[in-house]
Ligand binder design. Structure first.
Ligand SMILES: NC(=O)c1ccc[n+]([C@@H]2O[C@H](COP(=O)([O-])OP(=O)(O)OC[C@H]3O[C@@H](n4cnc5c(N)ncnc54)[C@H](OP(=O)(O)O)[C@@H]3O)[C@@H](O)[C@H]2O)c1
Length: 407
């Protein structure tokens, strides 16, 4: 949206664990009253003041809004070109904000990984957002920017170097180190509760194409990896990767929104690599058991209550040292129609979920706000690669510690 607004970006949820990291990143990267005009927003003036004091800069503008009052949200979104929100679980707190953005013509990005809620937003707002020229971009964190832009990058390279797009891309997590926050657990738990209560959500969880446009929700992919196996293309044993559920659906939506450039036969999957031989197989089984333990048991059951005693609470997450020591290293193995293999590598210099995610989200918001002239002319409920493409990729490499290379 191009009309003059008081701010380029408002960070909604700046008092939470991840929102505060986005604010910290903006202060360091863009300062105050610089080229990017931004503000922190939340529902509590005193909490915002506390965060601002901890950031050590009293000039950062603050906005207080009431998330349960639509007028208050309208007035919030009208002050900025872009809303960047970390208020989750999005399925609980996010719907009115998206509606306010679409109706008031404000671009939007978030960290939602909640497939069932994104589906609702697509159904409710995709058409209207297209009519109004608004860009709603979900999944702008570790899920699902590296996957979405990783495939985008690999396919551009395959076209340039091999003359054709890959019919299959396999994302394999070569290495990653990090933790997770109470807010992320809360969002995962809320998805499990909704799936328990609602048959429609369960149906969506079983359809790997559930984020595709209506009438286009089928294809070659059969669903997520559920056990361990040997992957000859990766030359490694592989185990289920917990983010595959959302990342792979985002990649498939990108492909559909782009008009199926890689062909209707295109297949995509994600998994964790654990190495070759007997050692790799043992690691894959351990990896699988740990992933399974996080999602096992019904919400509220004795097992989950015991598990929750050891997990972070809302507002808590990995320490600064843990974020600093974290990283991710992803491989994208592409197979061409000529039987050739091409592999890309995507790396990040902080823990995936918070240190890197806060920079990715911040740059996605900056890109929406400042780079309209160089980003695709599209609108609707979009994915990061479709909305922001190369421009975001270059920003992430320049500012956010990500690297996209061929191996
Ligand atoms: N995709 C990714 O890679 C990724 C990575 C990290 C996080 N996330 C997602 O980001 C979200 C936030 O995670 P987090 O760990 O930062 O959570 P958190 O620390 O619990 O923060 C949640 C924020 O939401 C605010 N909030 C809660 N209810 C609200 C309401 N009714 N109105 C207005 N604000 C409200 C809280 O405000 P108060 O401070 O006033 O309570 C706080 O600022 C989660 O959904 C998580 O899954 C995704």
């Amino acid at each position: 949206m191009s009309e003059a607004k008081e701010f380029d970006v408002i960070i909604w949820g700046a008092t939470g664990f991840t929102g505060r990291l986005v604010a910290e990143y903006y202060l360091k990267q863009y300062g105050v009253n610089g080229d990017l005009k931004w503000a922190m927003a939340g529902r509590s003036q005193s909490k915002l003041e506390q965060v601002r004091a901890e950031l050590g800069n009293n000039d950062v503008p603050m906005v207080v809004a009431d998330s349960h009052n639509r007028k208050s949200l309208d007035s919030l979104v009208n002050r900025t070109k872009v809303i960047c929100t970390t208020v989750g679980p999005y399925a609980k707190y996010g719907s009115e904000l998206v509606a306010a953005c679409v109706e008031n013509g404000t671009d939007y990005c978030d960290l939602a990984g909640e497939m069932q809620w994104i589906n609702r937003m697509i159904a409710a707002h995709h058409q209207q957002a297209q009519q109004k020229g608004v860009r709603i971009v979900h999944c702008c964190g570790f899920d699902s920017i590296p996957s979405d832009l990783g495939v985008y990058f690999l396919q551009q390279q395959a076209k340039q170097q091999k003359g054709d797009y890959c019919h299959t891309v396999k994302m394999r997590v070569y290495g990653a180190k990090g933790g997770f926050s109470g807010g992320t657990y809360d969002s995962l738990n809320n998805l499990l509760i909704e799936a328990q209560q609602d048959a429609e959500v369960r149906k969506q969880l079983h359809n790997p194409y559930s984020l595709n446009p209506e009438g286009e929700q089928s294809g070659q992919d059969k669903g997520e990896l559920r056990s361990v196996k040997y992957d000859p293309d990766a030359e490694s044993w592989i185990a289920p990767f917990v983010m595959e559920g959302i990342n792979a659906r985002v990649v498939r939506r990108s492909h559909a929104l782009a008009g199926y450039p890689y062909g209707k036969q295109f297949q995509y999957s994600e998994a964790s690599m654990t190495g070759p031989g007997f050692g790799g197989r043992v690691k894959a089984v351990i990896n699988w058991l740990v992933t399974g333990a996080l999602t096992a048991g019904k919400p509220g059951s004795f097992y989950r209550r015991q598990l929750e005693r050891f997990l972070p609470k809302p507002g808590e997450g990995p320490s600064a040292e843990e974020r600093e020591a974290g990283f991710f290293n992803l491989r994208f193995i592409g197979l061409t129609n000529d039987g050739e293999k091409i592999t890309a590598k995507v790396t990040g210099d902080r823990d995936p979920g918070y240190g890197s995610t806060s920079k990715m989200l911040g740059e996605a918001a900056a890109c929406l706000s400042l780079d309209q002239a160089s980003t695709p002319d599209v609108s609707g409920v979009l994915t990061p690669s479709v909305a922001l493409g190369d421009t975001l990729l270059h920003r992430l490499e320049k500012n956010a510690g990500l690297k996209f290379t061929l191996r």
